[in-house]
Write a protein that binds this ligand. Structure first.
Ligand code: GTP
Length: 580
């Protein structure tokens, strides 16, 4: 193909606005897949994607399309829509010159529409707005066109109105791709230069990489070098995705030089969660599963870790809760591995107060990975927590409730814009840890599912952080030490105490379960003693036997109490530590 007949594009949209359906239609229209093929959502290949009906991994497909007497090669890269996967969106965009921005004709612009638009805009890509689902009874494409003009400054006449479900007007989308998106700028005569934007592990063939070729050519048998690791590899097979793999003799550069923007490459903003095998004998199997899966999802960071309670495991960094759940589900479904996932934490920092300490830690600001290593206030000028700039788009009637929710999460309002008569866009600065666990669910439930949310990194802010200990009869349980915001200490402490109380079996003595800051106890629960009736077996009146037994019981109690030897079953830790 001459370079001028090639187009590289992505489809971006808010979740459920119809990207995958549109991709299916484009594949059908270009004869890439059969219309009668039952297997819809061809690009959603992972089991987790089919089950949840969402796209997690960006997939690619090469389409051939004749227009104006000429044949074009259109490389389509599908992208996920959910906030957690914007890493995949950025990666996909770095291999494109244009995007189809799909907006639902009923729901209109949503939070991820805005976030995705700006990713494309910043990458200087051509944006083709597509208003989808015009067949719906409540569809209002005119209103959505006006929103697009107001929020993105794209004239509403440029919107293409389609129904991906029925196939209405989808051919105009392909024509717009050819007419409005420029061909890539490539240098085929130059030495090979390519970007690996995805990879998977195949049991029989080894690593299969999806690449965007910028310069040069690639054939079977070529020796290639990784610019990053300097390792050499031999190419066993090359091919294109149409949409299934189709071997070819050679690959020529189809794509432009790109400034591989790996948006989330730094692990600063990741949610760290511990991952442990349920049974330590499974450690090696789990290790190999994690290695293979992270090859396919390089946004997950992996560090070895061990916990007194859960044994050897890893501390993994995820981009959000859904990302974490999906990773876990893929481990189970694709690698048959069962794991314990601990409640995620965000990376707090401490700014050290003296030159001596800076020398000792070799850094001015230390990132607190393990709460047990939280530096004392005396060593620190300030603590810092990560913050994000969140965008909420909602029908106006929910505005009040949403503002209350945001305030309860320590968020600060930055902006409020009406995008039309019924919809408002709110911008808030949130401490990351406040949205880690259930913010998204709360937002959805109080807006009957209508509000949408997205966020971007916004650096660090000063935070009043403290270390909270959990005590059992006065002894610190190191596994449960937590870093919390002072304002939230009571709520968090109480909840941990309650969960621990419910999961500890009764013993022969009372157990005080306490949360404490330094020497100050802030929450307490009690596990009542289980008074074993040691006399039950003594039928007669053998008083010496009775006394002996009573003494033994008292000694037993004393001994346990004295050394704080409370038997805590592993299950109790799992119940407290794992995500709800
Ligand atoms: P993710 O992969 O999760 O990001 O979602 P998506 O944007 O790919 O959406 P998908 O294509 O899965 O469509 C979401 C839902 O909208 C599905 O139930 C589709 O059948 C439906 N849908 C898509 N296009 C249309 C359309 O033109 N009209 C109608 N009525 N429904 C549509």
């Amino acid at each position: 193909f001459p370079v001028e007949d090639i187009r590289n594009f992505s489809i971006i949209a808010h979740v459920d606005h119809g990207k995958s359906t549109l991709a299916d239609r484009l594949l059908e229209l270009t004869g890439t897949i059969d219309k009668t093929q039952k297997n819809k959502q061809v690009l959603d290949k992972l089991q987790v994607e089919r089950e949840r009906g969402i796209t997690v991994k960006a997939q690619t497909a090469s389409l051939f399309y004749s227009f104006g007497g000429k044949q074009y090669l259109l490389n389509l890269i599908d992208t996920p829509g959910h906030v957690d996967f914007s890493y995949e969106v950025s990666r996909s965009l770095s291999a494109c010159q244009g995007v189809l921005l799909v907006v639902d004709a009923n729901e209109g612009i949503q939070a991820q529409t805005v976030a995705n638009f700006f990713l494309a805009f910043e990458a200087q890509l051509s944006v083709i707005p597509v208003i989808n689902k015009i067949d719906l009874k409540n569809a209002d494409p005119e209103r959505v066109g006006k929103q697009i003009e107001k929020v993105f400054d794209i004239p509403s006449e440029e919107c293409i109105k389609i129904s991906a479900k029925l196939g209405t007007n989808v051919d105009s989308v392909l024509q717009a791709v050819i007419e409005r998106i420029p061909p890539p700028k490539v240098h085929r005569a130059n030495p090979l230069k390519a970007l690996v934007f995805d990879s998977t592990f195949d049991q029989y063939r080894g690593v299969v990489a999806s690449i965007a070729l910028f310069d040069g050519m690639l054939s079977k048998g070529d020796k290639i070098v990784s610019a990053h690791t300097k390792k050499t590899y031999e190419v066993n097979q090359v091919g294109i995705l149409n949409p299934n793999e189709q071997p070819t003799h050679k690959l020529r550069s189809l794509q432009p030089t790109c400034n591989c923007v790996c948006y989330y490459e730094s692990d600063l903003f990741m949610w760290k969660s511990g991952v442990y095998p349920i049974d330590q004998s499974e450690y090696n199997n789990l290790k190999s599963a994690i290695e293979k899966l992270t090859l396919n999802d390089s946004s997950v960071t992996v560090h070895r870790d061990s916990s007194l309670a859960l044994g050897a495991g890893w501390r993994l960094g995820f981009l959000g809760l859904l990302h974490m759940e999906v990773f876990n589900q893929r481990l189970e479904q694709e690698y048959n591995a069962s794991v314990i996932l601990t409640t995620p934490t965000v990376p707090y920092k401490a700014v050290l107060s003296s030159a001596k300490l800076i020398k000792e830690y070799k850094e001015k600001e230390i990132t607190i990975i393990n709460p047990a290593q939280f530096p004392d206030k005396s060593k620190v000028t300030e603590y810092l927590e990560p913050v994000v700039l969140g965008t909420v788009i909602t029908p106006t009637e929910y505005t009040g409730k949403i503002m209350e929710l945001c305030q309860a999460r320590r968020a600060i309002q930055k902006n409020m814009t009406f995008i039309d008569e019924n919809r408002v866009m709110l911008k808030y600065l949130f401490p990351l840890n406040e949205i880690v666990v259930d913010f998204y669910d709360s937002l959805k439930s109080l807006s009957s599912g209508y509000a949408s949310f997205d966020y971007e990194d916004a650096g660090y802010q000063t935070a009043d952080l403290i270390k909270m200990d959990i005590l059992l009869n006065g002894n610190i349980v190191e596994e449960l030490v937590t870093v919390v915001h002072r304002e939230k200490a009571y709520t968090v402490g109480k909840s941990i105490c309650e969960r621990l109380k419910d999961s500890l079996p009764r013993q022969l003595f009372e157990i005080a379960v306490q949360a404490a800051i330094g020497s100050k106890v802030i929450a307490r629960e009690t596990v009542k003693a289980y008074r074993k009736n040691v006399l039950a077996k003594c039928y007669g009146g053998d008083i010496t036997r009775k006394m002996k037994l009573l003494k033994r019981q008292a000694e037993g109690k004393k001994k346990l109490r004295k050394i704080g030897n409370i038997e805590i079953p592993k299950n109790a830790f799992i119940k407290v530590l794992k995500t709800q």
